[in-house]
Write a protein that binds this ligand. Sequence first.
Ligand SMILES: CC(C)(COP(=O)(O)OP(=O)(O)OC[C@H]1O[C@@H](n2cnc3c(N)ncnc32)[C@H](O)[C@@H]1OP(=O)(O)O)[C@@H](O)C(=O)NCCC(=O)NCCS
Length: 176
Amino acid sequence: MITIRPARAEDAEALPGIEQSAGEAFRAIAELAWLADGDNVSVERHRALIAAGACWVAADGRGRPVGFLSAGIESDALHIWELDVRLDRQGQGIGRALLERAVADARQRGLAGVTLTTFRAVAWNAPFYRKSGFRILEGIEIDDRLASLLADEAEHGMALDQRCAMRLDFSRADTR
Ligand SMILES: CC(C)(COP(=O)(O)OP(=O)(O)OC[C@H]1O[C@@H](n2cnc3c(N)ncnc32)[C@H](O)[C@@H]1OP(=O)(O)O)[C@@H](O)C(=O)NCCC(=O)NCCS
């Protein structure tokens, strides 16, 4: 049984291992396989994100995290920094449950929406978020904050034309 709950300080040490395992999924895509060997978010950064109060874990029957979503409030939106589910637990609805929890939290906080950056063409990236109502932003819809994140990612080797910024806008009629 999987339970989605707010992350606790003591969960932080498990999260880099989950990110590492989740990233193994990219080995299936030759040109993105290098991502599986990239650095993971540090335990210190996880501690800070958890303390800021917008990080959730999916815990197994023994309370151990098998997935997490970490986010933070950035201007009018909740911005998702990381969403990872351990490789052996992927495809079982855990990622969607974590995303739904974060979206519900953003609504409750009275924020205007939820943002993130991701790969346009990877099945478990933009197409996955689109199913939950997120829209790819294009051109002038990409504000300075998101543009600067995309630029940072390009510096870290992620081709700009393969990445995109997405937003779930609570004020739009097309969102649930
Ligand atoms: C993205 C991720 C968190 C999704 O979590 P998950 O628990 O595997 O996803 P779910 O089981 O909730 O599936 C939700 C949707 O994701 C898509 N999806 C998930 N895994 C997929 C796969 N291997 N291939 C194709 N689509 C996939 C499907 O669209 C699925 O929708 P469906 O149930 O209607 O078919 C997980 O795949 C992961 O950790 N991936 C590696 C890290 C990553 O890319 N994180 C996101 C960075 S922006």
